[in-house]
Every structure is written in C-alpha cells, then in structure tokens.
Design a protein around this ligand. Structure first.
Ligand code: ACO
Length: 341
C-alpha cells in the first residue's frame, strides 16, 4: 500500500500591501463596508511585470529549500490557477522549465477556489496506484491584473488578492493497517469528497477570452468589461455555505466522527462570514477554525495551502493533527479533504 503524505508546505505572498483605504481611493467603497461584509482588511497585489508563474516559482523555491529536495526528486507537477500567464499553455510546464525540473508530466487544473481539494484527490489516487512517488502541487493566482478596480467592479474587486503556495506529496509504503484513517495516528490524506454543478457557471466567471463569445479580446469585449471577473455575490454566497457545510457533514458521517475529533477546520477563504456560518453549523469553537482572509483576501487556488502553512508556523496546528479542509469555487466546484498532518 502507498499512503500520500503532505510532507512540506510553503507560501509566497507578494510584498505589495493594499489596504481597504487604498481601494477607497480607486472606487466608491470604504473600510467599514469591506470589513463588515467580508472580514478583509488588506490584500497583496503584485507589481509589474510579475506573472502568475513568477509567484508560483517563488513558492516552489521555498518548498524545495525547506524540504531539501531537488527538482530531480519529483515525478509529476500539478498546478492550479484561474489566471495563467497565457490563455494557453498553462503554468505547470513554465514552472517545470524555469526551475530545471526533469521533463516530467506537468498539468494545470482549472477548478478555481476548489483547487486544493481537487489536487489532493488527484495526487492521492496517482500515488495510491503506485505509479508516482513524489508529486509537486503548486497553486498560484494573480487576480489583481484582472479586477475591475473602479466602482463598477467594486463588489468583486475588494475580495481578491494575489498569492501562491506549494505542497510536496510523497508516497510512503505501508501495511494496510498503517493506511491513514481517522482511528489511527498514521499521517497522510485520509479521504476527499468532490462535487460540481455547472448551474453556477455564469454566476461567477470571466467571460472573455472564451469561445462562447465572438472572438477574444475585441474592442467590444473591452467596452463591456467582459475580461473582468463578474459575480452574483448573494447567489454564490448561499451555494458556498450550503455546499461547504454539506461536504463537511458527509465526510464526518462517512468516517463516523464529530466536529470534536477535528483539530482544525480550514475553509477556503472567500468571505469571513462564509467561514463563520460553516463553523457555526458544525458547532465548532472559534479556536478550531483558521482564517487569514483579513490579511490576504481571497487568494483563489492558493488559500487553503497558504492557511495550512501559516497555521503550522503559528503552532495553531501541528504534525499528527486531523484537519478538515472545505472549499467552494467558480464552476460551481466544491469539495472537502480529511488529512492527518
Ligand atoms: N463597497 C461599498 N458598497 C458596495 C460594494 C463595495 N465594495 N460592493 C457592493 N456594494 C453595495 C452594492 O452596490 C449594494 O448596494 P445597493 O443595496 O444600493 O444596491 C450593497 O452594497 C449590497 O450589495 P450585495 O452584493 O447585496 O452585498 P452582500 O452583502 O451580498 O455582500 C459579497 C457582497 C461580499 C460579494 C458577498 O455576496 C460574497 O462574499 N459572495 C460570495 C463570494 C464567494 O464565495 N466567492 C466564491 C469563491 S471565488 C472563486 O471561486 C473564484
């Protein structure tokens, strides 16, 4: 048997801090509205000419240093972003080339804010099959260059920030009884449940460039602003709370555990109110949930691994702890993972 152990996490946030007051100079908004509606106080934006792969590379460099591994030690790269450097190709081959990885397979997945749980399940299945031994997960998003930073786009623009994270997933051979489960202390990914429903595809999207519209970045597209993210905030909010609660409940029922068995809930950081509603539904005390949206906003694909890395560093969670991560994103896509760190 092969279990999947997440041996190292890293994060990279660009240095440029953008406070709510800074945004209020660009659009009709204010610190009180943003704080009350989302919990966000500030976020990070890249400076030109930083691209999404540049952020990804910084996170990967950190995880290589920390783990003392070299690019030659990996046999697969899974990257996730909704803001790639180019329309195609994705960022995974760019990271592979620029950091001198061997010519191993490298793919991008496109599940927006659900990236961590989807990538976790893919890595676990690939490792469990015996085909791959060490997989690099990399999550990076530069939303700042896509946002409509004026009053017209304020319902979306205030929510997002730029950031990246990397995770080393390692195959460890073990007996059947040593496979990670909620009732033993074996480290590794225990289980992931995923879902999707395209009913929400047009409730949160960047419409262009895309083939559903006529052509790509035409003058018309520019005029309509279709290259900015658009969101029906209230509808997305409701779906997010429902699906995140549902997936947490399903995982707990399946593994016959209660919220008390979980050391920490790590929700995708879309809105502090969403995290709070999920926490209350699960009847968890505030100290059993980790949030950092206040400092970084929603960093899309990177939020959950950024949280895990920061929570480990702050001692909020430690190796051996059972954590539950839940995510919801555009698509709609969602999922949850139970992991023994
Ligand atoms: N500053 C000031 N006023 C604003 C702002 C702003 N930045 N944005 C909107 N408003 C105004 C609106 O115009 C509206 O005014 P009106 O009542 O005069 O029409 C009022 O505030 C209320 O707007 P709502 O959109 O109804 O506010 P709501 O309380 O729903 O909060 C928010 C909006 C924060 C966007 C919320 O709906 C939300 O967080 N949605 C979900 C986000 C999410 O989960 N995303 C999923 C993951 S992202 C991914 O996968 C890429």
């Amino acid at each position: 048997y092969y279990k999947t152990v997440m041996t190292h996490f890293s994060r990279y946030l660009p240095p440029g801090r953008v406070t709510n007051d800074d945004l209020s100079k660009l659009m009709d908004t204010n610190d009180t509205w943003i704080t009350e509606r989302s919990g966000i106080k500030e976020r990070r934006f890249v400076e030109e000419p930083t691209s999404t792969s540049d952020l990804a590379i910084e996170a990967v460099k950190k995880v290589l240093t920390e783990s003392k591994l070299s690019p030659q030690d990996f046999d697969y790269i899974i990257a996730s972003t909704l803001s790639p450097d180019f329309y195609f190709p994705g960022i995974a081959p760019i990271v592979q080339h620029k950091l001198g990885f061997p010519t191993i397979p490298a793919i991008d997945i496109r599940v927006q804010c659900s990236a961590f749980v989807y990538a976790t399940q893919m890595a676990q299945a690939m490792i469990q099959s015996g085909q791959y031994k060490r997989i690099l997960l990399v999550f990076s998003d530069v939303q700042s260059k896509l946002l409509e930073l004026n009053t017209n786009g304020r319902n979306v623009a205030v929510l997002f920030g730029d950031g990246a994270a990397a995770v080393v997933c390692e195959a460890q051979e073990c007996s059947e009884s040593e496979m990670p489960r909620v009732d033993n202390q074996s480290s590794g990914v225990i289980d992931t449940i995923l879902g999707s429903d395209g009913v929400g595809a047009e409730l949160l999207l960047i419409r262009s460039p895309g083939t559903a519209t006529r052509g790509f970045l035409t003058e018309e597209t520019h005029a309509t602003g279709d290259w900015h993210p658009k969101m029906e905030g209230r509808a997305v909010f409701k779906h997010a709370v429902n699906r995140m609660c549902e997936v947490a409940e399903t995982l707990m029922k399946k593994h016959k555990i209660t919220a008390n068995d979980i050391a920490c809930l790590i929700p995708h950081q879309a809105n502090l109110r969403i995290s709070e509603m999920v926490r209350e539904k699960m009847e968890l005390s505030p100290d059993k949930v980790f949030n950092n949206i206040q400092k970084y906003g929603n960093t899309t694909s990177a939020t959950i691994p950024i949280c895990i890395n920061e929570a480990l560093e702050q001692g909020r969670i430690k190796r051996g702890d059972l954590i539950l991560t839940v995510a919801f994103g555009a698509g709609f896509t969602w999922g949850g993972s139970l992991i023994r760190l």
